[in-house]
Design a protein around this ligand. Sequence first.
Ligand code: PRP
Ligand code: HPA
Length: 177
Amino acid sequence: AETKLQLVERHIRAFPDFPKKGILFRDICPILKDAAALTAVIDLFEEHVRANHQQVDLIVGLDARGFLFGPLLAQRLGVGFVLVRKKGKLPGATVSVSYELEYGKAEAEIQEDAVTPGQKVLLIDDLLATGGTLYAACELMKKQQAEILGCLVVIELKELNGTDKLKPLEVFSLVRY
Ligand code: PRP
Ligand code: HPA
């Protein structure tokens, strides 16, 4: 029988030269389109979190595709969800940090009251490439004095060495290319 991981892998597509020439874009849309594949992703994350973390206070999701998985996992774990957004999208007092992408530059932002000092957080995104995005989100968490437990991603692109950039933080990935 097919494992949950095989089900997930079967729902990831690759598009050459998107959004720029030379980038092989891994597309998670088929996972979202398939109820069983999406459930399998959340099951695998939940199993990992329950096996490795005694207490989690918040799931922190990255704009935009971290928002697709983060709230589902947070609900499973019975904890809240916080948004790290691209700059200029969040109202009220915010904290921001700039970072480099595999194909561009951006600024990440959170609401100042999103996380309180000492809260134990897990960051989640669809994909780890250079690690710049997750690194920036971690910087925001440090500014808010959160305790970062680790990062969760559906896909890790190994050749870009994102896990090195995030060291000593733990990165849990479901599928690696
Ligand atoms: C992609 C992806 C991750 C990030 C990974 O998002 O969803 O968030 O890039 O790259 P990195 O590890 O090199 O930082 P993107 O910035 O394209 O934004 P989007 O989710 O709004 O499409
Ligand atoms: N797929 C999706 N998002 C990405 C990728 C990719 O291959 N690289 C950087 N962000």
